[in-house]
Design a binder for this molecule. Structure first.
Ligand SMILES: [Zn+2]
Length: 206
């Protein structure tokens, strides 16, 4: 029986579903101070449907078992996860070199995610699409970004109808272009003399 070890530097376990073997593969992530988690995969079987009707005790020939080597299982279940620091070890434990390579892959993936979030942040409408994974990537790379700290309690903003910058929806005068958004209140606060600034109506930002 051949076994192959998968190492994961990801901080969560990953569950991968497949049609073969036990059907569920749990790739252990790192926990606590660990650098990585280890998962051992073994040779297993896939079942080929023979077209003889549904399988069951009365129909033992409904499927035909086909062996799959551990290395092929490992390649299949880790596919696309290099960016999360999940990789196949050559031995029973990852070498320093393997760990270094894996961290490089994680950093590369993380910079891509940070760039993605930077784009999402540019438009107020897409800011909600920034996930905790984006924030984790930013922290991992030690980068400073405004969107890392905003979380869910993001301050509501509206677009000034005159200069189109984002402002507090309660503003009576735009802090950027001085457009009067609420003349009555602006006069009340002595922020506006008669006839000063363009008068525009406050518009909600969709
Ligand atoms: Zn303005």
């Amino acid at each position: 029986m051949e076994t192959v070890t998968i190492a994961s530097m990801h901080r969560h376990d990953m569950t991968v579903y497949r049609s073969y073997g036990q059907g569920i593969f749990r790739i252990k992530g790192r926990s606590g101070d660990e650098l990585y988690g280890l998962t051992v995969v073994r040779d297993c079987f896939d079942k080929i449907d023979m077209g003889n009707g549904p399988s069951g005790p009365k129909n033992p020939n409904a499927t035909y078992p086909v062996p799959i080597r551990a290395i092929d299982v490992a390649k299949d279940v880790t596919q696309g996860y290099a960016g999360l620091g999940i990789f196949i070890c050559k031995g029973e434990k990852p070498t320093i070199e393997e760990l270094r390579e894996a961290s490089e892959a994680v950093k590369k993936e993380a910079s891509g995610k940070v760039m993605e979030a930077d784009v999402l942040w540019e438009k107020p409408g897409t800011r909600v699409e920034i996930t905790d994974f984006h924030r984790d990537c930013c922290k991992l790379l030690g980068l400073e970004r405004e969107w890392v700290y905003t979380q869910k309690e993001m301050k509501p903003v509206v677009e000034c109808p005159a200069c189109f910058t984002e402002i507090d929806p309660r503003a009576v005068v735009c802090p950027n272009c001085r457009a009067v958004l609420d003349r009555e209140r602006a006069e009340e606060f002595g922020l506006v003399a008669a006839g000063a600034g363009p008068i525009v109506s406050k518009k909600k930002n969709g």
